[in-house]
Design a protein around this ligand. Structure first.
Ligand SMILES: Nc1nc2c(c(=O)[nH]1)N[C@H]1C(S)=C(S)[C@@H](COP(=O)(O)O)O[C@H]1N2
Ligand SMILES: [Mo]
Length: 326
């Protein structure tokens, strides 16, 4: 099995990976993967195989989903080749490697229900297709910056989160919106890693939820989302590190309590609630000054708020006590 040294931008989201996984990984790397695979459930076996690198399994067809481009959002960078954006993924429900695209084909997105709940006047369970009838789809080209220092530029298809907030009619006391994503043991082998605080949970303030940039995504590159990128519904928050952009959302809750989000629950000294991009605020284990663009070896300077300061900086004035950049 080929073992290559990880490049800087491939440093895993978290190296707090407890012993059980490390043992599995070492065994896999030392060639005993077959023995482990035999003892594991089919789902675990699939996951273990992926530690050695992904394969190009046949992907589900993705119906066309076109919408007018919103010219207000200018990427200022080349669009990442689609192939890179849909095969280099972070989706821990399907394993810790970046090669989870084939495993993720097991995700069942039909039927799919999104529950709007908590401090709202209009709680509702939406079938995704009914929700989409209530919104106007548009395309926005956004930069995405992972906390691990890789970045991509993607044409997303979706609708503003503010529209969903408007439909839910939050009560005046609501201060945060949380996103809970699917946790299905049958199809998601990563859920077998019991020390992770499943389900994946993310959240933003009401201000952030109503911000122009906060975008609910149902497609990319003019087609529906592939499972590995968070089908059928994810969020894009391009001024924040990528882990805020929860994938395969099943519940949206309005609350007056700040949530403890997935990565924060795992390791709050490294990942926080705000996670705004800032090149001058290093991660405890690496610099955030530069980023590598997926599909190229180009390394470019990282910008404050990922270059979206004109839209978002105002929301953070006065929050000097908060850890805004981790
Ligand atoms: N449910 C869920 N959402 C998730 C993640 C995850 O592991 N599970 N990873 C996050 C991280 S760290 C990043 S960088 C982006 C990656 O999105 P992509 O695979 O579409 O590039 O998804 C985010 N959303
Ligand atoms: Mo990430």
């Amino acid at each position: 099995m080929l073992i290559r040294r990880l490049r800087g931008w491939e440093i895993p989201e978290s190296q707090v990976t407890p012993e059980a996984v490390m043992l599995g990984r070492r065994a896999a790397l030392s060639g005993t993967v077959a023995a482990i695979t035999a003892a594991a459930s089919p789902a675990q076996a699939q996951w273990l195989n992926l530690l050695g690198g992904g394969s190009d399994a046949p992907a589900k067809p993705r119906p066309a989903l076109t919408a007018p481009n919103n010219p207000k959002f200018v990427a200022g960078r080349a669009i990442t080749p689609e192939k890179n954006a849909i095969t280099y993924n972070n989706f821990y429900e399907f394993g810790t490697s970046k090669s989870v695209s084939s495993a993720a084909q097991a995700l069942n997105t039909d039927p799919w229900t999104i529950e709007i709940t908590g401090m709202v006047d209009k709680p509702k369970k939406w079938a995704i297709e009914d929700l989409l009838k209530q919104v106007q789809l548009e395309e926005r080209i956004y930069r995405h910056r992972c906390v691990e220092t890789w970045a991509m530029t993607v044409p997303w298809t979706g609708f503003p989160l503010s529209k969903l907030v408007e439909m839910a009619q939050p009560k005046t006391g609501a201060k945060y919106v949380t996103f809970t994503t699917l946790a299905d043991k049958k199809t998601m082998p990563g859920l077998g890693m019991r020390f992770y605080p499943w389900p994946y949970l993310e959240g933003v303030t009401m201000d952030e939820a109503r911000n122009d940039l906060a975008f609910m995504v149902v497609g990319m590159y003019g087609k529906t989302l592939p499972p590995q990128n968070g089908a059928p519904l994810r969020i894009a928050l391009p001024w924040k590190y990528g882990f805020k952009s929860a994938k395969s959302i099943v519940k949206i809750e309005f609350t007056d309590k700040r949530p403890v989000v997935f990565w924060e629950a795992l390791q709050d000294s490294e990942y926080g609630f705000w996670a705004n991009v800032n090149p001058e605020f290093p991660h405890p284990r690496w610099s955030q000054a530069t980023e590598t663009l997926l599909g190229s070896d180009e390394r470019v300077a990282t910008k404050l708020f990922n270059g979206y300061g004109e839209y978002v900086a105002g929301m953070y004035k006065g929050l000097t006590q908060e850890r805004l950049f981790m």
